[in-house]
Design a protein around this ligand. Structure first.
Ligand SMILES: NC(=O)c1ccc[n+]([C@@H]2O[C@H](COP(=O)([O-])OP(=O)(O)OC[C@H]3O[C@@H](n4cnc5c(N)ncnc54)[C@H](O)[C@@H]3O)[C@@H](O)[C@H]2O)c1
Length: 394
C-alpha cells in the first residue's frame, strides 16, 4: 500500500478484516506500506498492521512476494504508481478520482486493459457503491421496482473548509488534486448515480465557484481534519486556492433520465451529507449516507390510500454483504464498504472475474468531471461528455 493517512487507514482496516469476515479463496498478507517520511511510515506500519515499511514505492512493484499494489496517495501520483505496478504484473486498487487529468486517466485505462490480457486485475475505489443500502438500491432499480427513471437528484455536502483560515492543504491545489469539491466528492455521486441507475451521463451544464481564493500555507501535512490548529495555517504567508470550493451541474443520461448534482465543502453543518434520490414511473428510492443503514422506497403501484415512503432497515442477512456481519438491526459503519471493496477485489482476482468499477469505468467518471470543468469555464454552456476511446474500451 502506498500512502498511509486517511484512506491508508481505511484500506488497512479493510485488509486486516476481510479474511476474518468473509470466506475467500485467497488469504491477504499485509506485506509493506510506503510513505515519504521514514519515521512516520514506520509508525504507521506498526499501527496499521503492515509487516514492513519503505519510502520508495518503486521497490514494492518489483518484489516477487507482492501481488497487489493499493494506491492511497493524492491524485498527482496515481498514474505513475498504477501504470508502473500494472506493467510489473501487479493487481492494482487505486483510490478515486482515478487521475488528475483525462490524459492520465486514458493512459491508466489503457495500461489496465493491456495488463488484463495477462490476468492482472484493477479496480478504482468508489467505495460508496458497496454500502449495502446503495447496492440494494441498484438491485431494486434493476428489478424495475421504480419503473423508468425520470429524475436523479444527488448532493454531496461537507463543511470542513468554511473557515477562511483553514490552510491551503493538497486538496485545495490543482496540481495535487486535479480539482476541488468536484473531483473529491462530486466524483462519488457521479459514480454512485450511474451505478444505481445503470445510465451514463452524456452532457452537462455546470457552475463552479471558489469562495475563499487565498489561504494560509500549511505548516504540517494534513488530510481532512477541520482543525486549523492541527493543520498549521497560523503563519502569515498565504497562497492561492486553485480549485473549486463548490460545483453544481445539470445532466442528461443515456437512458433518458435528467439529473442535478451539487458538490460543496461549504454546506455549513453538513459533514458527510451524501444524498441521492431517484424518481421513476412506478416509485422512488432515496439514500442518505448519514443514515447509511436505511433506504427509503416509495411504491406508486400500491393502492393510493396506502402509499407512502417505506423505511427499509438494510441489515437483513439477505441484503447485500450483510450475511457476514451482525444480526438484523445491529448496523454497520463507514469502514465496512472498504471491507466489501477488498472482498470483491480479492474474489475477482481469485476467480478470474472482472472487478468493478474498472479503470475504464473510472475514466468515464473523469470524462464527466472534465465536461463539468469545460462547461463552467465557458459560461455554463451545454457540454457533451467525451466518448471513451475505442482502444481503451476494448
Ligand atoms: N474513497 C473515498 O471515500 C475517499 C476519501 C478520501 C480520500 N480519497 C482519495 O484517496 C486518496 C488519498 O486521500 P487521503 O484523504 O488519504 O489523503 P491524505 O492526505 O490523508 O493521505 C495521503 C497519503 O499519501 C502520502 N503521499 C503523498 N504523496 C506521496 C508520494 N508521492 N509517494 C508516497 N506517498 C505519498 C502521504 O504521506 C499520506 O500518507 C486521494 O486520491 C483521495 O481523493 C478517497
Amino acid at each position: 500500500m502506498v500512502g498511509y493517512a486517511f484512506m491508508g487507514a481505511a484500506h488497512s482496516q479493510a485488509w486486516r478484516t476481510v479474511n476474518r469476515v468473509f470466506e475467500l479463496p485467497l488469504h491477504v498478507r499485509m506485506t509493506a506500506v510506503c510513505g515519504r517520511d521514514e519515521a512516520n511510515v514506520a509508525a504507521a506500519a506498526a499501527r496499521l498492521g503492515w509487516q514492513e515499511h519503505t519510502t520508495d514505492w518503486r521497490s514494492l512493484v518489483t518484489r516477487d512476494d507482492i501481488d497487489l499494489i493499493d494506491v492511497c496517495t493524492p491524485g498527482d501520483s496515481h498514474a505513475e504508481i498504477a501504470i508502473a505496478a500494472l506493467a510489473a504484473g501487479k493487481h492494482v486498487l487505486c483510490e478515486k478520482p482515478l487521475a488528475n487529468t483525462i490524459t492520465e486517466a486514458r493512459e491508466m485505462a489503457a495500461a489496465a486493459a493491456r495488463a488484463e490480457a495477462n490476468g492482472v486485475r484493477s479496480m478504482c475505489g468508489f467505495n460508496y457503491r458497496r454500502v449495502p443500502a446503495v447496492t440494494l438500491m441498484r438491485r431494486m432499480v434493476a428489478d424495475g421496482r421504480i419503473g423508468d427513471i425520470r429524475h436523479i437528484r444527488a448532493v454531496y455536502l461537507q463543511d470542513w473548509i468554511t473557515d477562511p483560515q483553514f490552510p491551503l492543504v493538497w486538496r485545495l491545489q490543482k496540481d495535487k488534486a486535479g480539482s476541488g469539491a468536484l473531483g473529491d466528492i462530486g466524483a462519488h455521486i457521479i459514480d454512485l448515480t450511474q451505478f444505481v441507475s445503470g445510465q451514463r451521463i452524456t452532457g452537462v451544464t455546470a457552475l463552479t465557484e471558489t469562495f475563499v481564493k487565498e489561504r494560509p500555507l500549511p505548516q504540517a501535512s494534513s488530510g481532512l481534519s477541520a482543525s486549523t490548529e492541527e493543520n498549521g495555517g497560523s503563519g502569515t504567508a498565504t497562497g492561492p486556492v486553485t480549485v473549486d470550493d463548490a460545483a453544481l451541474f445539470l445532466a442528461r443520461l443515456d437512458g433518458g433520465a435528467i439529473a442535478t448534482y451539487e458538490a460543496t465543502r461549504f454546506a455549513t453543518g453538513r459533514k458527510n451529507g451524501l444524498r441521492v434520490e431517484i424518481n421513476g414511473s412506478r416509485g422512488s428510492v432515496a439514500f442518505d449516507f448519514e443514515r447509511m443503514n436505511e433506504l427509503e422506497f416509495y411504491d406508486a403501484t400500491e393502492p393510493s390510500g396506502e402509499q407512502g415512503f417505506t423505511r427499509i432497515l438494510v441489515t437483513e442477512p439477505d441484503h447485500p454483504y450483510l450475511s457476514a456481519w451482525w444480526p438484523p438491526g445491529h448496523g454497520i459503519g463507514y469502514e465496512h464498504a472498504f471491507t466489501h471493496q477488498a472482498r470483491d477485489l480479492v474474489e475477482a482476482i481469485a476467480t478470474g472475474g472482472e472487478p468493478t468499477p474498472s479503470f475504464t469505468d473510472a475514466l468515464q467518471v473523469q470524462l464527466v468531471l472534465d465536461a463539468v470543468i469545460r462547461s463552467a469555464g465557458h459560461g455554463s454552456g451545454w457540454t457533451d461528455v467525451e466518448p471513451i476511446l475505442a482502444e481503451v474500451a476494448a
